[in-house]
Design a protein around this ligand. Structure first.
Ligand code: F6R
Length: 248
C-alpha cells in the first residue's frame, strides 16, 4: 500500500489526478468513480487538464460506486446527476460510457444484480476512486457489511444520512436505501485509489489502515488488496502512525 500525505487539498487533487491521468493516457480504461465531496477537486483538476493539456477521456468508460434508491436520475443529488455536473459533462467522456445503478428501478435487488453483471462483463474496473465515510464506509458499505459482499441494496447508516444531509434541504430528504457495489466487488478493481481530506476522516482513515480488518470498518478491506494508493491531506492523515509518511 502506498500512502501519500499532501499538505493541502489542492495537492491531493493533483496527486490523485496524476494517478488517473496515467491510466487514461495508457489506452482504453475502465474507471471506477466515487461521488460525494472528496473527489470534486480531483475531478476539477482532470477537467482543467482536459481543457488546457488535451487530456482525452474518449477511450475511457466508467462505473459509479453507488446510487440512492428512490431518487429520479433528474434529481440534482442523484449520483447519476452529480457525476455529470461535477465531471462527465465537462470532459469528452461519452455520457453513454458512464454507468450507474438505476435508483428508481422497480426491483432494486434485480437492478443490483444487473449492475454487478455489467461491471463483470465490461472486464472489471482498472482503477477505482474511493472516498471514505466518517464511519469507515466505502461505497455505501456501512459498518457490519460482509467483507465479500457483491452489489446489493443497502440501508444507509444514520451517521451517513446525517453526514449527507448537507446535500439536501433536510435530513428527512436523505434517502434511506441505496444500491452499492459490495466490498467484494470493489476489491476486484485492479487498483484502489482512496482519497481522504479533512479532520472528520482522521479516525476512520486510521482505523482503515492500521486497525484490524473487520466489517466494523468496511474500508479496512483495503488491507486485503495488493494495489492500493491512499492520498490524504494532513488533517485526514493526522491519526496515522507512520511518521515516515510525513504525517507529522
Ligand atoms: C460516494 C461514496 C461514499 C463517499 C463517502 C465520503 O460515491 O461511495 O463512500 O465517498 O461517503 O463522502 P464525502 O466525500 O462527501 O465526504
Amino acid at each position: 500500500m502506498e500512502i501519500r500525505i499532501e499538505a493541502h487539498v489542492a495537492h491531493v487533487a493533483v496527486s490523485a489526478a496524476d494517478v488517473l491521468e496515467s491510466y487514461v493516457r495508457s489506452g482504453p480504461v475502465t474507471l471506477g468513480l466515487a461521488t460525494g465531496s472528496t473527489p470534486v477537486p480531483t475531478y476539477r483538476e482532470l477537467i482543467r487538464r482536459h481543457r488546457e493539456e488535451g487530456l482525452s477521456f474518449a477511450r475511457s468508460r466508467a462505473f459509479l460506486l453507488d446510487e440512492y434508491v428512490g431518487l429520479a436520475r433528474s434529481h440534482p443529488e442523484s449520483y447519476y446527476s452529480v457525476i455529470r455536473s461535477e465531471f462527465v459533462s465537462h470532459v469528452d467522456l461519452a455520457d453513454t460510457a458512464v454507468q450507474s445503478p438505476a435508483g428508481q428501478a422497480a426491483d432494486p435487488e434485480q437492478e443490483a444484480a444487473r449492475y454487478e453483471a455489467a461491471i463483470r462483463s465490461a472486464g472489471g474496473v482498472d482503477v477505482q476512486v474511493l472516498g471514505i465515510g466518517s464511519n469507515g464506509h466505502i461505497g455505501f458499505n456501512e459498518p457490519g457489511e460482509h467483507l465479500d459482499s457483491r452489489t446489493h441494496v443497502g440501508l444507509l447508516a444514520e451517521q451517513t444520512r446525517t453526514d449527507n444531509a448537507r446535500f439536501f434541504e433536510s435530513i428527512d430528504d436523505v434517502p434511506r436505501r441505496c444500491i452499492t457495489q459490495g466490498l467484494g466487488t470493489i476489491r476486484e478493481a485492479r487498483h484502489l485509489l482512496l482519497i481522504a481530506t479533512g479532520a472528520a476522516k482522521a479516525d476512520a482513515l486510521a482505523a482503515a489502515l492500521h486497525g484490524p480488518v473487520t466489517s466494523d470498518c468496511p474500508a479496512s478491506v483495503l488491507q486485503l488488496h495488493d494495489h492500493v494508493t491512499v492520498i490524504a491531506d494532513k488533517a485526514a492523515a493526522s491519526r496515522l502512525q507512520r511518521a515516515g509518511c510525513g504525517a507529522a
